[in-house]
Design a protein around this ligand. Structure first.
Ligand code: ATP
Length: 310
């Protein structure tokens, strides 16, 4: 494919995610844990702007610790652009500008959203014309959470979390996100989980290598019932995240005292997601946490995946 880009600039927006359910099983030989999860895309977005260029470059701004994001080939958006170029045999480059709103290393899949957005943006910029299935396949090669950031909505992820099936979700769920200035490393949280399981002797009774999402979680989503969903929120990584950051439990308790139905650590944390019954109670919970000096955002889900803005 020649390097003549078909347009000069493409702007794509991709959402961050919450895991409303996250079951972690045993570790496969390749080091990955077996997962059964339900993702929900929420209205906290990454914006990626792709401009025609001869070489590959990336700039990042917006988030509190945008400085912590690598600007070389470790950057997931950069890797996405280069993977697409190789797959399409495209010989030009791209200048990527990332405007971050999702906290870095916050357990909300911000880097994965950047990668999904970069795939969609470069596909349009270069006129690659790949099918959604082909983009999905490239996304899965970049990371377990990237296919979901492409699709958005609410979905069940199994395998490494990358085998996706849409889940029926009615209505809108209101969440208050409590963010932290400092992130938690996902691999470190998984290691902590393995340690905790060893200490508890759980390895004598090996965690399963294939897991399912419990039916009540799916029923609650299908009926759009926040009270029912609150009762089935669960995260197997929560104990490990709390072990590293004991304050997260107090944040959840504080949110519930302020009127949230329930709270959970999002993915590997440290972002806490508090589920609220309606927009008004979410507003009240957000205000109470802000008055307690916490960074709290009111978002809703589900929202669509990576989309070109016109
Ligand atoms: P996970 O998807 O594993 O749950 P997370 O949501 O907790 O991750 P991210 O913000 O996606 O965290 O990034 C985790 C790490 O990945 C960062 O600390 C950073 O070093 C690296 N990284 C690579 N590319 C990006 C990117 N575009 N944005 C943010 N971090 C990135």
């Amino acid at each position: 494919m020649s390097s003549a880009a078909s347009v000069e600039r493409v702007h794509v927006r991709a959402p961050g995610k919450i895991n409303v359910f996250l079951g972690v099983g045993g570790r496969h030989d390749d080091g990955y844990h077996a997962l059964a999860t339900v993702f929900q895309a929420v209205s906290l977005y990454e914006d990626v702007i792709a401009r025609a260029a001869d070489d590959f470059s990336v700039t990042v701004r917006g988030a509190v610790d945008a400085d912590a994001v690598p600007l070389d080939d470790r950057n997931l958006a950069m890797r996405a652009a280069k993977l697409l170029a190789a797959a399409a045999d495209y010989h030009g480059g791209v200048a990527l500008e990332i405007r971050k709103s999702v906290p870095v290393a916050g357990g909300m899949g911000g880097g994965s959203a950047d990668a999904a957005a970069a795939l969609v943006a470069c596909d349009a910029l270069w006129g690659t014309g790949f099918s959604p299935a082909r983009l999905h396949e490239l996304a899965a090669r970049l990371g377990a959470d990237v296919p979901f950031a492409l699709h958005g909505g609410t979905a069940v992820g199994t395998g490494r979390g990358d085998q996706l099936n849409p889940a029926l979700a009615r209505g809108r769920f209101d969440w208050v996100l409590v963010t932290s200035d400092e992130g938690l490393s996902t691999p470190v949280v998984y290691e902590q989980l393995d340690l905790l399981r060893e200490e508890q002797g759980a390895l004598a009774d090996d965690p399963p290598l294939s897991l399912d999402v419990p039916i009540p979680v799916l029923q609650a989503l299908r009926s759009g019932d926040a009270v029912q969903l609150a009762a089935s929120l669960h995260n197997d990584l929560q104990a490990a995240a709390v072990h590293r950051r004991p304050d997260l439990e107090e944040t959840i308790r504080r949110g519930i005292r302020a009127g949230a139905l329930h709270g959970i650590v999002s993915g590997s944390g440290p972002t806490v997601a508090l589920l609220c019954g309606d927009p008004e109670s979410a507003q009240a919970v957000q205000t109470a946490l802000q008055q307690a000096g916490r960074e709290a955002l009111h978002v809703h889900g589900p929202v669509p995946g990576a989309r070109i803005l016109v």
